[in-house]
Design a protein. Structure first.
Ligand SMILES: Cc1ncc(COP(=O)(O)O)c(C=O)c1O
Length: 440
């Protein structure tokens, strides 16, 4: 397991240095291990299903850059595409063929997308889609679901899941911040209405858009009840609001055409990210051509980006999408099912109440005895037991996300043998946690 055993603990050393120059030592909060405790591992390199930390330890990685990686780390096709693109220049501020090809690939695969614009992150994609929906409808109100995470723009930080759920609510309240984050002015969320997931809200004609994670994957994994997404589409049509599917996680992961393909529900706008960048910074938003035509330079809704459609990112994204044929999706489904079934067995054997959710290729854990249907349910997850399980797995060489609200991302590099190894470790880890609880 050890590649090159270090005398000193490089992770500790780097974390100490990092904290001096980076707030909390990290560039995205969940990475700091605050909710699970301990020192984060610093990644030296990745290869396929594995990451290697700076101490030379190898982990089977189920984080996979929170879903940005689908074919495994440093996949040769992606590496080669990036190298080739980089040799020709890294950014121009002028259009390139790569952008056209990635846009064509998205339009061809995603049913609701007639036109698409590329940006540099999922946050930018959702933020821009909302501005567009408001510009198109001439209305302001935005409806979002509690526990759905759409990135960190002001208007969308109300009752988000993901690592936002781990913020100290009292500290936020002391600053006068909205429930979500300090620093978000009340005015920024005044036109945002937050409603419970899995219940179709009754809308009014002041609603510009409803944004939803079609499979909620930032409060653990909460699957849509039968009829929920269909009902939402109907209600949006009734009042002339646009339906936005945030497919930053589900896009190209649950199926070639994303959640809209597997649910049969067609939104007006779609946001994408993660997989479409092959691990480089990319996002995209697209949808109905008449709506997209409102964007500058055609229409009055401004949206832009110096690095949008970046040649390295489009090359990496195209290489990743090229790997995703029908056989790849069959494989992803089988791998996710194997993982979910095995984890379920591991917890059952240890006598720990965990609901293992499986939706196509997504796997989530809820540490509790009932399947969550919304954010209130999801927040009842036993974070302390998750943290104990996380560390028991990490000690055995399996990296789960260091946060109870994140899901696992089985990918093409996770062979059956590796998944079975994960399960063997999970059986031991779960029984260790059960024993700790019995004595604690
Ligand atoms: C559903 C969803 N939307 C949007 C985002 C924001 O994407 P990014 O982190 O690239 O800004 C995320 C990030 O995890 C996400 O899960």
């Amino acid at each position: 397991m050890t590649e090159s055993p270090g005398i000193t603990d490089r992770n500790e050393e780097l974390f100490e240095r990092a904290q001096r120059v980076i707030p909390g030592g990290v560039n995205s909060p969940v990475r700091a291990f605050r909710s699970v405790g301990g020192t984060p591992y610093f990644v030296a390199r990745g290869a396929g299903a594995h990451v290697f930390d700076t101490n030379g330890r190898r982990f089977i990685d189920l984080v996979q850059s929170y879903g940005a990686i689908i074919a495994g780390h440093a996949h040769p096709a992606v590496v080669e595409a990036v190298q080739r693109a980089a040799a020709h220049g890294t950014s121009f501020g002028a259009p390139t063929e790569g952008e056209v090809r990635l846009a064509e690939a998205i339009v061809e695969r995603v049913p609701a997308v007639e036109q698409v614009r590329l940006v540099s992150s999922g946050t930018e994609a959702t933020m821009s889609a909302i501005r567009l929906a408001r510009g198109f409808t001439g209305r302001e109100r935005l409806v979002k679901f509690a526990g759905n995470y759409h990135g960190h723009s002001d208007a969308l930080l109300a009752e988000s899941g993901s690592a936002v759920a781990l913020l100290d609510a009292d500290a936020v309240a002391r600053t006068g911040g909205v429930p979500g984050s300090a620093g978000v002015p009340a005015g920024a969320v005044a036109a945002t209405t937050v409603v419970p997931y899995n219940v179709v809200p009754t809308l009014t004609e002041e609603v510009a858009a409803v944004i939803v994670e079609p499979f909620a994957a930032n409060m653990g994994l909460v699957v849509p009840r039968s009829g929920f997404l269909e009902g939402l589409a109907r209600e949006c049509r009734r009042v002339g609001a646009l339906l936005i599917f945030d497919e930053v996680i589900t896009g190209f992961r649950v199926a070639r055409g994303g959640a809209q393909e597997v649910t049969g529900v067609q939104p007006d706008l779609v946001t994408l990210g993660k997989v479409i960048g092959g691990g480089l910074p990319v996002g995209a938003f697209g949808g109905r051509a008449d709506v997209m035509a409102q964007l500058a330079p055609l229409g009055p809704v401004y949206q832009a980006g110096t690095l949008s459609g970046n040649p390295l990112a489009t090359a990496a994204g195209l290489a990743a999408l090229d790997l995703l044929d029908a056989a790849a999706y069959d494989r992803l489904h089988a791998t996710a099912a194997r993982l979910a079934t095995g984890l379920d067995r591991a917890f059952a054997t240890a006598g720990i109440d965990v609901r293992v959710a499986l939706a196509h290729t997504l796997v989530g854990l809820h540490f509790g005895d009932t399947e969550p249907a919304d954010y209130d349910d999801a927040r009842r997850t036993d974070e302390a037991t998750y943290a104990a399980f996380f560390h028991a797995m990490l000690r055995r060489g399996v990296a789960l996300a260091p946060g109870a609200y994140e899901i696992s991302f089985p990918g093409l590099a996770h062979t059956d043998e590796l998944i079975d190894e994960v399960i063997d470790h999970a059986v031991e880890a779960a029984s260790e946690v059960a024993a700790q609880r019995a004595h604690g």
